[in-house]
Every structure is written in C-alpha cells, then in structure tokens.
Design a protein around this ligand. Structure first.
Ligand code: ADP
Length: 407
C-alpha cells in the first residue's frame, strides 16, 4: 500500500466536547483513518476510530480534557500507523472563528495563533478548544510545524452584505469593537453549496440556494449568485435556529430579566443559553435527536421541542427565499439531523406548502444514513439531502494553501 500513499493530510476538528480526526487523501477522496473522541469532561470519555475499514472503540478515561485526549489520539492511534503518518504533508485545523482580522484559510504562525486567541470572545466554547488542538499538534509533530493550516468557519461569510451583517445597534460598536454577524458552519455550507452546483450542473456563481446544516449546532445560509448573502449565526454561534443545547434567537431582554429579576449571574445566563437551552431546554430530557425521533408521537416534551425547532426553521427558509433573485434552485439539508431525520423534513415543508414545496414521502424516507438525493415532487421547488464532509473540505483547503505557499 505504501507507494499508493501520497499527499496525506491529518485533519483535526477540536470541538467543545468532542474531537474528530482523520487522515485522508483529499485529491482522491480516500479516508484511511478517521475517528472521534466523545464525552470529554464526562465520566466515560471514549474513542471510536476506523482504520482501513476496521472499527475500534475504547473507553479511555474519566473526565478527560482536550489535551489528554489529543495525546491519546496521537500516541495510541496515529503514531501506531507509521506508514500513513510518514506520508503526511500537512495538518488542517478547523477553527470556528477568525475574528475580524483573518478572512481566509491560512498557514498557522504566531500571528494567526494570536488572532484566534483574540477571537475567543466571539466563540467562547470553540476557539479555546481549537487552539489546544493547534498547540498540541505543533508540539507533537514538530517536523510539520510549518505546515499547519487553519480553516475557518467564518470565511464563507466574508462577502455578506452590510445589510445582513450589521446589527441595528449604535454603529460605533461595529466600527470600534467589531460587533457584527460573522456566521459559523461556513466550511459545511460552502462544501454543500459546491456539491449542489455539481448535482444541478450549474456554475457556482449562478447558484441560488438555501443550505440548512442541522447537527448539534444548526444554521442556515442564503446563497445568491454563489455568494452567501445571509446566515443565521451571528456574532457568536448562539444566534439563529433552535439547536441541541443553544437557544438560537431570543429577545435580548430575557437576559436583563434573568439578571435583574431572577438574580442569575451573567456567567450562568451564558451557560443557560449555550448549554441548557435549545432542544434540551425545551424538552428537559435530551438534546439528542435520536430521542426525539423515537418519542415525538408519544411524549409531549419531545413534541414541544421538535415543533419549536421546525417552526423556527420554516420561518427562516421562508424569509431567505426573499433574498433569492427571482429564482430558487434548491434547498439543501445536511448534518446529523438534516441527513438522517426524515420526519423533520416532512414537518418543515408541510408548513411551507404555500411557497410551493411538496415532499415526496417515499424519496424522503429512503434518503437517510449518508444517502444523497432529491426528496421533492417534480412540481415543487427542489429540496436535496446532501451529506456534508467537513474533514474532506478542510483537507482540500489545506492542500491548496500548502501548495500555494510552500511548493
Ligand atoms: P455536530 O454538529 O456535532 O457535527 P452532527 O452533525 O453529528 O453534529 O449531528 C448530531 C445530531 O444529529 C444529534 O442530535 C444526533 O442525535 C443527530 N443524529 C445523527 N445521526 C442520527 C440518526 N441516524 N438518527 C437520528 N438522529 C441522528
């Protein structure tokens, strides 16, 4: 196999409570090794990985933090596969927020690390984890220290018009302090948009679509003539759709009410809105959509949460249609929920029948579990399900930057 291995990229996606990793050949789209550590900071931190189609899993400790988990991944999973590790030409890191100074994917140096650090206030759950990933890998893989690339979720939104990214608060808060909508999940929306252009056989710059990334975090983007013109996440990934544990849009006065009337501290409110709200807060049971899929018909808590989730998403889709210039080429669903939960897609588009959406029930129900395809009747606006692949997108971008700068 050794002589077939070329230009491999290690991708690291250090999330707030999980770490995804993969070694892949982005040119030929071959994933040799991929896995995830889940339940960081919980009693049973575990790892699952697949190497050359063989699956492994293991409990690796209790209350493990990012650094310990990364050391485990590197020492016990990656370095055991010396034949593929020695073919690595670069490392791509997912970074959620680039702040106002970094606009595109970039080779990591001290300046970039500093910018990511400074943008922590905009992604307090994510950027610190991303930085631990970057620093640990640079220490451990010093041989590739000059070939680490940061790929940002915010890059896709750099060309959004001012009308979309400005908040209606005094302008100086944008000018002086950078308070604006930055968006997030851009790596996935961008990847899905390019896939859609290929499926529709259209050039990217004539594409008018609405992309919905529904995972633990959820967001929606409007893309008109190949440019993202609006997105639901804002200054931080807290704004917009109902998510697993995040509230999405709320009246900001709720924060004043909680603080002034209920005497809840600002830190606790931040935690409530980020970690105890969304599907978890509404149901008071779970943030995991597998539960809602099972319990929707039988448990009132599940129905309540799912209906708010769908109501918000339908409203966003309807409003983003107003941003398309005369034509909507497609609405696209992706992410763990978007790709797998067919009854959600049914519910959402049943609320949008007035806008000419009609789901084909058979197509919808079979398009799950990693399948890609059209799920609407021919007279309807097209709705597609397209699985996202953020690791592949990061690896492709990493090769592109390394080739541009180093070779
Ligand atoms: P992340 O944002 O962490 O990348 P994912 O895209 O993996 O998240 O999506 C996680 C969500 O998708 C969870 O709510 C999970 O329950 C749901 N999900 C994933 N696979 C399935 C499935 N087969 N059936 C139902 N829900 C699923």
């Amino acid at each position: 196999m050794d002589n077939q291995l070329n230009n491999l990229i290690l991708v690291l996606n250090c999330g707030s409570s999980s770490i995804k990793f993969a070694i892949l050949d982005p040119i030929n789209n071959i994933k040799y090794l991929y896995g995830i550590v889940e339940c960081l900071f919980l009693s049973n931190t575990y790892i699952k990985w697949t190497y050359l189609d063989k699956k492994y899993n293991k409990i690796i400790g209790s209350n493990m933090n990012h650094r310990d988990a990364l050391n485990f991944i590197i020492d016990y999973v990656l370095l055991k596969q010396k034949n593929i590790c020695k073919k690595l030409i670069g490392i791509g890191h997912r970074v959620v927020h680039g702040g106002s100074r970094i606009k595109q994917s970039i080779l990591i140096d001290d300046y970039v690390i500093n910018c990511i650090q400074n943008a922590t206030c905009f992604a307090p759950l994510h950027n610190p984890a991303n930085l631990i990933g970057i620093k640990t890998i640079i220490e451990k893989y010093s041989i590739l220290s000059h070939r680490n690339v940061a790929v940002f979720d915010t890059s896709f939104y750099q060309n959004m018009p001012e009308t979309s990214f400005l908040y209606a608060i005094p302008y100086k808060f944008y000018k002086k302090y950078g308070i604006r909508r930055y968006g997030a999940h851009g790596i996935s929306h961008n990847y899905i948009a390019h896939k859609t252009a290929i499926i529709l056989k259209k050039s990217f710059n004539s594409l008018n679509i609405i992309t919905c990334h529904l995972g633990n975090g959820c967001s929606i983007s409007a893309i008109c003539n190949g440019v993202c013109v609006d997105t639901s996440m804002g200054l931080t990934p807290l704004e917009g759709l109902v998510m697993g544990t995040r509230s999405g849009d709320i009246d900001p006065s709720i924060i004043f009410f909680m603080h002034k009337q209920l005497h809840i501290s600002i830190n606790e409110i931040e935690k409530i809105l980020n970690q105890k709200s969304g599907l978890l807060g509404l149901s008071e049971i779970s943030s995991d959509f597998r539960y809602f899929e099972k319990a929707y018909d039988s448990e009132i808590e599940a129905k309540r949460a799912v209906q708010v989730f769908c109501h918000r998403l339908s409203k966003y889709i309807a409003s983003y249609m107003s941003l398309m210039e005369n034509r909507l080429d497609a609405v696209v669903f992706t992410g763990g929920i978007g790709e797998n939960v067919s009854f959600i897609r049914e519910l959402i588009f049943s609320q949008l029948s007035l806008l000419n959406f009609k789901i084909n029930l058979t197509l919808n129900r079979v398009t799950i579990g990693g399948k890609s395809g059209l799920i609407t009747e021919s007279a309807s606006h097209p709705v597609f399900v397209i699985p996202t692949d953020e690791e592949l997108a990061i690896a492709q971008e990493t090769v592109h930057i390394i080739n541009k700068k180093l070779l």
